[in-house]
Write a new protein. Structure first.
Length: 288
């Protein structure tokens, strides 16, 4: 089963199971394909706010390189591949979240629905991306502590810091999902065509939220917890969910929704391209 690291830096078990090389290679290939596809979409449609998303997918692919390397070392694991996979798989989804945050602000402006957002669009992206950066730095700091730890106490400290970063991510993402729902519900009664992209946002948001909750439970349970004793959990609640995020945003890429040349305009649908704001006028006339 598990073995202590053999390089003398750590004196604790790196894995409580034997990592699967086949699973690692499978997800390396899948995330590699997803990365190439999203680079293509980003460059072709100049959606540069998807740079964090692409980097996040690179992190995911590199993470499974680390797991494949660890699988090849079984049972005499070294810390290099372990740290590589641990940090990249921990931080990758945070980068995916950054682009998701930026997408909502752009969608609200494209739909000319600023008046229906509970947070001003000038602050919408800034607030959530700031929270995402704080979460990224906190998780990265905790991961760094774990990587350099030489005692069980230091490992525990690092895990607690990571836990704090994950909880911060859940809080911000929870608020983000609430804002998305509010905006969607408010404009749904006025749009003559359904803004179906909101459902894609719900999907990717739910995947990241479930993954973050899983990671909180994993770190809270510690190395003796059930979630760290079987590899299947990380592939079900992390790898698969993040791959679904990549696929959803590939099929429903924001460039396909917010490209004015690919959307059929309608004068009766101000949310889809009119230069005026009749929805706001309707609201004001009702109030009057």
């Amino acid at each position: 089963m598990a073995s202590n690291s053999t390089d003398g830096v750590h004196n604790f078990v790196l894995y409580n199971y034997n990592p699967s090389k086949a699973a690692a290679f499978l997800f390396l290939i899948l995330f590699g394909i997803a990365t190439i596809a999203h680079v293509y979409f980003m460059v072709r449609h100049r959606t540069w706010y998807f740079v964090p998303f692409v980097i996040g997918l690179v992190f995911e692919a590199v993470g499974y390189v680390g797991r494949a390397l660890s699988a090849g070392e079984t049972p005499n694991w070294t810390t290099g591949p372990y740290i590589l996979q641990s940090l990249t798989l921990l931080l990758g989804p945070t980068l995916l979240a950054a682009s998701i945050y930026m997408t909502l602000g752009r969608l609200v402006r494209f739909l000319q629905a600023e008046q229906y957002s509970p947070i001003r669009t000038t602050w919408l992206t800034k607030i959530f991306v700031t929270g995402d950066v704080l979460s990224f730095l906190t998780q990265g700091g905790g991961g760094g502590i774990i990587a350099q730890a030489k005692t069980a106490d230091k490992v525990s400290l690092g895990e607690n810091v990571v836990l704090g970063g994950l909880i911060l991510q859940i809080l911000f993402f929870g608020v983000f999902m609430a804002v998305t729902i509010v905006v969607h519900r408010r404009i749904a009664g006025f749009a003559t065509r359904r803004p179906t992209f909101f459902y894609a946002l719900y999907g990717v948001s739910a995947m990241i939220m479930v993954r973050s909750i899983f990671r909180v439970a994993e770190y809270a349970g510690g190395s003796d917890g059930a979630l760290q004793k079987s590899e299947v959990y990380i592939y079900v609640f992390d790898a698969t969910l993040m791959l679904v995020v990549a696929v959803l945003f590939g099929v429903y890429h924001p460039s396909k929704v917010m490209d004015p040349h690919s959307i059929e305009r309608s004068k009766s649908t101000p949310l889809y391209g009119s230069s005026s704001y009749p929805l706001r006028d309707r609201t004001e006339s009702t109030a009057a």
